[in-house]
Design a protein around this ligand. Structure first.
Ligand code: ATP
Ligand code: MG
Length: 418
């Protein structure tokens, strides 16, 4: 038997209603905040992610699905995240001159060649939002508020907001030097990746998942102690705004995002009780990105939220059950003519907007009743040759067990189903 590729998943009809419910909350909340949906290609030029995500990141160095395409052997990659594609799309489609701010959201699959485990897969689904054209902390607060309102509406009381600022072009150099000094002392113990990026991008070392590196990172200098006056003022305003909006947070110097383009405010929503992959949402400000991808100097703020981790967090709280629709009517049909009659009735009821089903397998009455019960049908109608002749049949109300005689007429039945 051919099996699915490691790190991918099948989501079967028992689970899709939960995913659809989660997605509908994401869509509704995004649209309430004035974000419009954007859909971008599943694969892009590798160069877009190398420049957009950053060539010192794990994502670009180790995790991308890259291949050479077609006659010109152009290098293409499956998208590992959404931001770079959205930025490319707004530049390419001339949206950078639209009235600001620009607000986009997406629900997309992303691909990263990582070690699969609970909450980490190679194809995963991400809800993301991007806002361009405001560098005010009010925009940061709005993005955070959207993420938090999605989590709140989903009932995720086990999630908390961790906030940090990683500074800007002005405060980075001093901080960078302090970090390099810190890690250089223990250079021999660092993993190979960190050794190689120590001088190129030391901030990444704070994000390394290897046990030794993360231990060394624990007492590393903190970005918040190196912020310039402007960054400090912005971070203070963001905190005040969140206070005013009634959004709780903790300042957590350990939050540095894994991607190169972040500046200023960064945040994660972390869930309790779902294991090591506990970041359900991560985001922050990326003020240099649009320009570095060839667009105007537009600032940006966004986040990505992993759907499977949301499901794990809901499961942890026991709130992962959503109602699935059950038929208004099931017609148990006995014999070929009854099956044909039932098909006609079911067809008319469906056109009336009802959810109706009938037997199309040819099972015994007992088996059909059992099946109707399993589907959770509200009513069952039993139709055989004598019912076709009389034009009436017994309608059983499955909720209270009562029976009544009804005409074999779709309009009559539809009225009863109301
Ligand atoms: P992590 O620290 O878990 O590796 P990340 O910093 O690489 O996350 P982002 O690129 O910020 O993650 O992606 C945003 C969100 O997408 C994460 O917070 C997480 O919920 C989800 N996510 C990222 N990678 C995966 C994956 N491989 N499998 C499932 N969900 C993922
Ligand atoms: Mg990662």
């Amino acid at each position: 038997m051919i099996q699915k590729i490691k790190g991918t998943m099948d989501i079967l009809p028992d689970e899709t209603p939960l995913f659809r419910y989660i997605e509908s909350v994401m869509r509704e909340e995004s649209e309430k905040y004035g974000y419009g949906e954007i859909r971008t290609p599943t694969f892009e030029s590798t160069e877009l992610f190398v420049r957009g995500v950053g060539d010192t990141t794990d994502v670009v160095q180790k995790e991308m699905y890259t291949f050479l395409d077609g006659e010109d052997q152009r290098s293409i990659s499956l998208r590992p995240e959404g931001t770079a594609s959205v930025v490319r799309a707004i530049i390419e489609n001339g949206r950078c001159s639209d009235p600001m701010p620009l607000k986009y959201y997406y629900i997309m699959s992303c691909f990263r060649h990582e070690k699969p485990q609970a909450g980490r897969s190679r194809e995963f689904f991400q809800f993301g939002t991007e806002m361009f054209g405001s560098n005010s902390p009010a925009a940061d607060a709005t993005a955070i508020s959207l993420a938090s309102s999605v989590l709140r509406r989903l009932g995720l009381t086990n999630v908390s907001l961790h906030l940090n600022s990683i500074g800007c072009k002005c405060c980075r150099p001093a901080y960078r030097d302090a970090l390099v000094a810190h890690f250089s002392e223990k250079k021999e113990c660092l993993c190979d990746t960190c050794k190689s990026r120590l001088n190129r991008n030391p901030l990444r070392l704070l994000d390394c998942k290897s046990p030794v590196c993360s231990e060394i990172a624990k007492d590393a200098p903190r970005t918040v102690d190196y912020l310039c006056e402007d960054c400090r003022g912005r971070f203070d305003m963001l905190k005040e705004a969140l206070d005013a909006m009634g959004i709780e947070y903790v300042v957590d110097p350990a939050i540095v995002r894994g991607l190169d383009y972040y500046t200023g405010a960064v945040f994660e929503f972390i869930a309790e009780g779902i294991g090591a992959q506990s970041t359900v949402c991560g985001g922050g400000r990326y003020d240099g990105l649009v320009e570095s991808l060839g667009g105007p100097a537009l600032s940006g703020i966004g986040f990505g939220m992993g759907l499977t981790r949301i499901v794990l967090a809901m499961r942890e709280l026991g709130i992962d059950k959503v109602d699935t629709p059950s038929p208004d009517l099931y017609i148990a049909a006995l014999g070929q003519s009854a099956m044909v009659k039932a098909l006609g009735l079911v067809e008319s009821l469906r056109r009336e907007g009802r959810y109706a089903e009938c037997d199309i397998v040819g099972r015994s009455l007992k088996a059909q009743m059992k099946y109707a019960n399993k589907l959770g049908a509200r009513y069952v109608l039993i139709v055989g040759d004598s019912e076709i002749e009389s034009g009436t049949a017994q309608l059983r109300n499955m909720t209270d067990g009562t029976q009544s005689e009804v005409k074999l007429d779709a309009a009559v039945l539809s009225e009863l189903m109301k």
